[in-house]
Write a new protein. Structure first.
Lengths: 413, 413
């Protein structure tokens, strides 16, 4: 089954806004067995939208359109849909009531523009938008489905999750897909692929394996599109085989982000963590606190972007800073133990390195980082060397810090 | 002049990778006077790539393709280009030497796959890639240009900036475009648009005005596509008029990010800054340190994600925490002065608020934040109330903290 996606918006074509809708839709549709065949981005222009619809209906079973439905636009999207499907716009009282109610709550009166939002193609199935004023629309032709949604990511996701994906599953009578996701760390994608190649070949024909690499981790996703009663035990057996091949590398048996896993492990132990960051400059803290509820286990960070703060606030030895340099095992370990004591936590993780583009040397090139983890019983540190790009280095340093914290916590079980 | 963009990659169509190349290309081309007509994303598949090229050549003067050139791919992109342009692949010795040299530096021997990277269409203009192994390729037909580039953002940007944009300017004999960008804060886009609407109408016909909104700031870009000797003084006069309409809101007269402006202002004064963050959890620090060279003026942060750390490390009064709550003017100001003294800096900025989704109350709903700025002479604080989305709130809180720091620094001039 194929999907096609049409992203509408001048703001995307001038590069002002990055489209994040198409990757989200592709990922979610992939989970239920669809492959996105193409994504076409066009401006708020009738002819372009019309051509894109033709192209997508040619190659896809389901077409998703986002954008071009706001109150300040020309409603051009809806007009084009009417032309394509030989129908006309009619006022939908239910949508109008929803728009009026939404605006009323914010103390805003209904304008003529807003009334326009309640116009929908006469033959459309209207998909009520509980989180915004523009409704979703579903059209059907020759068994193919076309959905038009608002471009605001938050609204689009809400409509997809609550209304559209269930509708698609029902329309195509889709069986649920069985997924098992494993999270691995400490191994490069190419080496993992080599190590598990025989195991991969041994998988049953109806099992699909996807590698989903991220900074400092790789997700392996096993999908079975026609699952039966034996699927779960079969997959569990294959996972056990995999554990014997890469025993050190599997850190989770679910689709979870590193920062979420940190939280899950800490909550499970009723433990707390703190961070001390030099080169990552708050990125590790920022990742940990991106998780809702992180205040339960995260107490804080000292971002020590200069040696003075490393010494004065974290208690790193000035003599060691002088002798070994800030980017060293010794300093990383003292930062971790220092912040663990200062913030009174069970665990702590520290980073000190050279993100670049300047500051590197032959001995310690740009991309070098020392990461230390302090636990209730010990402190360990490790060096990593990455590339030359500052922004990517910061991402990799931070993800490596989370991975190392996870590995050390899991070792203590 | 129109541009078309083709993004190639299965990893994008399964939603594993977000395409950031097309928005970057669109933005840069827009600066030199091109409008992107469409962006088409397709998989590593000959027919899809071929159709996308046809479609783009139909609507655009210049076509950019990224991806599908790596050593592990099928080089399908280059084969399709050969078919389209009636030529064949030949080995380019110069590219081969570049690939061998690049790999040699990393101690890697040339493989058959790598030799494939040195194959280019016989009629292509080869664009040497100084930062990677896959070369760029330029094809020409009926005055239209087609460029094929590697998909790695870093390599694509390098090729565009150093080779391709200069080539395009030369090919089309483009006059330089005159741009003047202003950075504004403290005003909503809709209110700004209303306030400056007469001024906007008064602009000469050949001046284009673009609103580029971001979190807590708006960029106004004035572009003149046929500049002459009078352009600069004309634009300066219009900017002076604008200053009289929104005197409080213009914080920079160049295209600069908030975090870069913070750095520029601090360096200009030989001053330093520190941050104390609660609800932003390291995001402000992370933004400031994303700027290369920030260690010159940024000393660090205390992320105090619990009251204990606010009191113990930053010296916030426990009585005030109890009396006013953590999300209050008093606590924000004490955090700012506390971290300013602890880290011995000239300036400090502090955030304390409720990012959500939980933790809100009627009095202090989710989205509320108090931000305080401490300067050598005073401490000020201000409350902002944003929305319900945790991730967006954190971005807005952090950007508002930077804006407020900038405004307070500029006041002290």
């Amino acid at each position: 089954m194929n999907a096609g996606i049409i992203i509408i918006g001048d703001e995307i074509l001038i590069g002002q806004v990055v489209d994040i809708n198409s990757s989200w839709i592709s990922r979610e549709m992939n989970k239920i067995g669809f492959r996105t065949e193409t994504v076409i981005t066009v401006g708020d222009d009738g002819k372009s939208i019309s051509d894109a619809i033709d192209r997508c209906l040619e190659v896809a079973d389901v077409v998703f359109m986002t954008g071009g439905l706001g109150p300040t636009k020309d409603d051009i999207t809806k007009k084009v849909i009417c032309e394509k499907f030989g129908t006309e716009l009619v006022l939908n009282e239910e949508v109008l009531a929803n728009v009026a109610e939404m605006l009323g709550r914010r103390g805003i009166a209904l304008t003529e523009n807003n009334r326009g939002q309640a116009l929908v193609p006469a033959t459309a199935t209207v998909i009520n938008n509980a989180v915004g004023t523009a409704p979703g629309i579903m059209m059907e032709r020759n068994g193919k489905l076309l959905f038009s949604m608002p471009g605001v990511p938050f609204e689009m996701r809400y409509l997809m999750e609550h209304e559209i994906i269930p509708l698609i599953k029902k329309h195509y009578n889709l069986k649920p897909v069985f997924h098992k996701t494993l999270l691995l760390t400490g191994i490069a994608e190419s080496i993992l692929a080599e190590k598990i190649s025989d195991w991969e070949d041994s998988l049953a024909k109806n099992v699909r394996l996807a590698y989903l690499p991220a900074y400092s981790s790789i997700r392996l996703r096993l999908s079975v599109y026609q699952p039966d009663d034996t699927t779960e035990s079969y997959i569990n057996a294959k996972v056990e085989e995999l554990e014997r091949i890469v025993p050190e590398n599997i850190i989770a048996y679910e689709d979870i982000k590193l920062e979420e896993l940190v939280g899950k492990l800490l909550k499970g132990r009723h433990c707390t963590v703190a961070t001390a960051e030099s080169c990552t400059g708050g990125k590790v803290a920022s990742l940990i606190t991106s998780v809702s509820g992180s205040s339960e286990y995260y107490k804080g960070s000292v971002v020590s972007y200069c040696n003075e703060v490393k010494a004065d606030v974290l208690g790193v030895s000035r003599a060691d800073l002088e002798k070994y340099g800030a980017v060293s095992s010794t300093v990383a370990e003292q930062m971790a133990t220092g912040v663990r004591h200062l913030l009174k936590t069970d665990y702590a993780v520290a980073t000190t390195g050279i993100a670049g583009p300047t500051g590197g040397s032959d001995e310690k090139p740009v991309g070098t980082v020392w990461i230390a983890v302090a636990t209730p019983t010990k402190v360990v540190s490790r060096k990593y060397v990455f590339g030359k790009d500052r922004a990517i280095n910061i991402e990799r340093f931070a993800a490596s810090a989370l991975s190392m914290l996870i590995v050390e916590m899991e070792k203590e079980c």
